[in-house]
Design a protein around this ligand. Structure first.
Ligand code: B12
Ligand code: SF4
Ligand code: SF4
Length: 264
């Protein structure tokens, strides 16, 4: 993830990213969808339309709303790709806490929320930060992670199935063979076992986040025979495009090879 390294200074100091910054408005949007998948799995956040586009539009509307009161206000809209520590800002803004799986958990929606920010050059009265850590003695996420990527609330990205299936380029390391548990794009295991996500399973109100039909109905054989055209049609306007056709095929092959290895 060289794109992470490149803008480290800005990530650590928002004034280096937006020198006029005086306020960060942190927002969260529930994307939970409980459609069962009985084949290779795409993580929940990427089963529907690309969240970047959906949330960006909403944040620009919020900026326009602010500017309708004071037209000179300048603002920057951030969603995922900006050099901004989104979970840290969300905690400071009072949305929730960073669980041991490292995602931000809210008491209303668990961790099934996307984060975004509107950074403004005016001062607004801040909300209180979320001071509690409601994980307590639970370690369910760390225990369930099939690659032991989590330890003491720190994630080793090099071991994370989400990183390996989405960001990693080239061959997948053999040490993870047989550990992907059918995840071909992203991984939801540490979030699925979290008690806060069992409490709050509110179906998203945004129909754009609902899964595309094939994602819940395709069987493994359909994924195996997916052509480049199928990929292009199915993932038009979807975050899954990031891994490219070759990346998704590589992930599928990695899982299939492990299956044939165990059958022998
Ligand atoms: C890089 C990245 C990844 C990487 C690394 C993940 C990670 N945990 O950092 C990979 C590809 C593995 C990944 C995976 C996923 N990601 Co991601 N990812 C990001 C991204 C772009 C940057 C995160 C980052 O800065 N990491 C750097 C490390 C150092 O931070 P950290 O581990 O999160 O936390 C440390 C610091 O916060 C620090 N810390 C604690 N307090 C403080 C205070 C201060 C002041 C400072 C400086 C530091 C600090 O201590 C923590 C422990 O070391 C953010 C978007 C963004 N711009 O923030 C999305 C984001 C975190 N991802 C998101 C999602 C949804 C996922 C997945 C669930 C997707 C999936 N289903 O596959 C998985 C979850 C894996 C997991 N268990 O974390 C969401 C999370 C939403 C939420 N509720 O928190 C985000 C916020 C995107 C978004 N806009 O919604 N992701
Ligand atoms: S996303 Fe999957 S591989 Fe990554 S830390 Fe969570 S359970 Fe482990
Ligand atoms: S599974 Fe347990 S330890 Fe992990 S984030 Fe959820 S509450 Fe915290």
């Amino acid at each position: 993830m060289h794109w992470m390294e490149k803008r480290q200074d800005e990530r650590g100091d928002i004034l280096k990213y937006f020198p006029g910054a005086k306020t960060v408005i942190s927002v969260g949007m529930n994307y939970y969808n409980d459609f069962d998948v009985d084949s290779y799995k795409i993580s929940r956040y990427a089963r529907g339309d690309d969240y970047h586009n959906i949330i960006k539009k909403k944040l620009f509307r919020l900026l326009e709303f602010v500017q309708s009161f004071e037209s000179k206000v300048k603002g920057v809209v951030c969603i995922d790709t900006s050099p901004v520590m989104e979970k840290v800002w969300a905690q400071r803004a009072g949305l929730g806490w960073q669980g041991k799986h490292t995602n931000l958990i809210t008491s209303d929606y668990g961790s099934w929320i996307f984060l975004g920010e509107l950074v403004l050059d005016i001062e607004l009265e801040p909300d209180a930060p979320f001071e509690q850590d409601l994980c307590g003695t639970c370690t369910a996420c760390e225990d369930a992670c099939p690659t032991q990527a989590l330890s003491d609330g720190i994630l080793d990205s090099n071991k994370c199935i989400s990183y390996l299936t989405i960001e990693h380029r080239g061959e997948l390391p053999a040490e993870f063979q047989g550990k992907f548990d059918n995840w071909i794009y992203g991984c939801d295991i540490c979030q699925e076992v979290c008690p806060w996500n069992h409490k709050s399973q509110t179906q998203t109100e945004k129909s754009g986040f609902y899964p595309r039909k094939e994602i819940t109905t395709w069987k493994n054989k359909d994924w195996d025979s997916m052509s480049e055209d199928d990929f292009r049609n199915l993932f038009k306007g979807s975050a899954v495009k990031r891994t490219k056709f070759s990346g998704l095929k590589r992930n599928i092959k990695f899982i299939r090879n492990a299956e044939s290895f165990t059958k022998k």
